[in-house]
Design a protein around this ligand. Structure first.
Ligand code: RB5
Length: 146
């Protein structure tokens, strides 16, 4: 699968860890910056990664900012995106199983390299459960049409 990766200036180095975990899981990372440590606006990179996923150019996305919150709010403005801020492995797993999250949002500053790797690995390996959760995800999609 193609995994679009992006961050603001608070996730530059961490993106390399994310990309390595994506490759180790057998997938292809596509990097959308930011490329310098100069401050950039997180909605810009969130919009780019979210658009890649929404269009089908990428299968999933991973976004980082200081907290993970800003990129998630921005990405969720793009139709078809279910971006989830995950703070631990259980949230990562449940965001896939229950919410069919298609963009993983992480704080760039709260995890060790091993934790970043584990979060991405678990998130990519976990399938949507469907069933009652499909009905709820459909209701989320319906909100986009209001
Ligand atoms: C940038 O300073 C910071 O606001 C951003 O990385 C993120 O944490 C926003 O939610």
């Amino acid at each position: 699968m193609k995994i679009a990766i992006g961050s603001d200036h608070r996730g530059i180095e961490q993106r390399k860890i994310i990309a390595a975990a994506v490759i180790a899981a057998g997938h292809t990372p596509i990097d959308y910056g930011a490329c310098s440590t100069e401050a950039v606006d997180y909605p810009d990179v969130a919009a780019e990664v979210a658009s890649q996923v929404a269009s089908g150019a990428a299968d999933f996305g991973v976004l980082l900012c200081g907290t993970g919150i800003g990129v998630s709010i921005a990405a969720n403005k793009v139709a078809g995106i279910r971006a989830a801020v995950c703070c631990d492995l259980e949230m990562a797993r449940l965001s896939r199983q229950h919410n069919n999250a298609n963009v993983l949002c992480l704080s760039g500053e709260r995890f060790t390299p091993a934790e970043f790797g584990a979060l991405v690995t678990v998130w990519l390996a976990t399938a949507f459960e469907g069933g009652r959760h499909a009905r709820r995800v459909e209701k989320i999609a319906a909100l986009e049409k209001r």
